[in-house]
Write a protein that binds this ligand. Structure first.
Ligand SMILES: [Mg+2]
Length: 263
């Protein structure tokens, strides 16, 4: 049953805010990952990050001292590439957001940044989310294009403070165009299930570790996983407390995970 950590046989880890902040390792995080490896507890990193390819994400983690392979990284961008190839084969896709660094994950997808498009794909919010580009997306949607969001996080934490993520823009496009987005990344059950399947562990024996109460912890709990909230990253006392969820466990950072799983 969720919450009984003695039974945990596999772990899903959020990346941003759990292992790193602004790509710098959180103290003790690399040791926690090594502990999982040493104790043969399979793990996957499940991230809504859309700025970098899986290859680059794994490389950054390895440079930061994490013992992680590319195959252990599941990203919303890569899952979106798979989704578009499967559900919208051959479609012209207008991508809102920077794609230069995730082209590897979008192989086989026809990117159409000018003219007509069959699908509007929302990546992570960045400087490409201009008034002109948002209006182009809006008009494509009104003209019948499908709306696919890599994720719909509200905010993300950087060295410069909180920044808007894609979520508020997805909300705006949905409302203005009168459409509903298909979301690929967390908190979508299919994304978590994809991670659990690659662990090869029953979902009730998996713990999800994240800094986002709603999209990491509560979403995983609703599927039967144990939900562990870390107070690193974008966790904000007062704000997150109001979400109404109850994590199975709360720890200061992922550095405390080995002690929790041993307890
Ligand atoms: Mg996070």
């Amino acid at each position: 049953m969720a919450g009984e950590l003695a039974d945990v046989e596999g772990v899903l880890l959020d990346m941003d805010g759990v292992l790193t902040v602004s790509w710098r390792p959180i103290p003790g995080a690399a040791d926690a990952v090594s502990w999982l490896r040493t104790n043969e507890i399979p793990f996957r990193l499940i991230t809504n990050t859309t700025m970098l390819s899986r290859t680059r994400l794994a490389a950054i983690l390895r440079e930061g001292g994490f013992d992680v392979d590319r195959e252990e990284v599941l990203s919303a961008a890569a899952a979106t590439g798979a989704h578009l190839r499967e559900r919208h084969p051959g479609a012209r896709c207008y991508v809102l957001g920077e794609t230069d660094d995730i082209l590897e994950d979008l192989q086989g997808v026809t990117i159409a940044q000018d003219g007509s498009a069959d699908v509007v794909v929302v990546a992570g919010a960045d400087d490409r989310f201009t008034f002109a580009n948002l209006n182009h997306a809006l008009n494509l949607l009104v003209g019948g294009a499908a709306l696919v969001a890599m994720q719909r996080n509200l905010t993300w934490l950087t060295d410069e403070g909180l920044k808007f993520d894609a979520g508020p823009y997805v909300d705006a496009l949905e409302r203005a165009a009168g459409v509903r987005a298909v979301v690929v990344g967390k908190p979508e059950p299919a994304f978590f299930r994809q991670g659990v399947e690659t662990l090869g562990v029953p979902i009730e024996r998996v713990a999800m570790v994240g800094d986002d109460l709603a999209y990491d912890v509560m979403a995983a709990q609703s599927l039967g996983m144990a939900g562990i909230l870390v107070r690193s990253g974008k966790f904000r006392p007062g704000v997150d407390d109001r979400e109404g969820g109850a994590p199975d466990h709360v720890i200061g950072s992922v550095a405390e995970l080995p002690a929790l799983l041993r307890s």
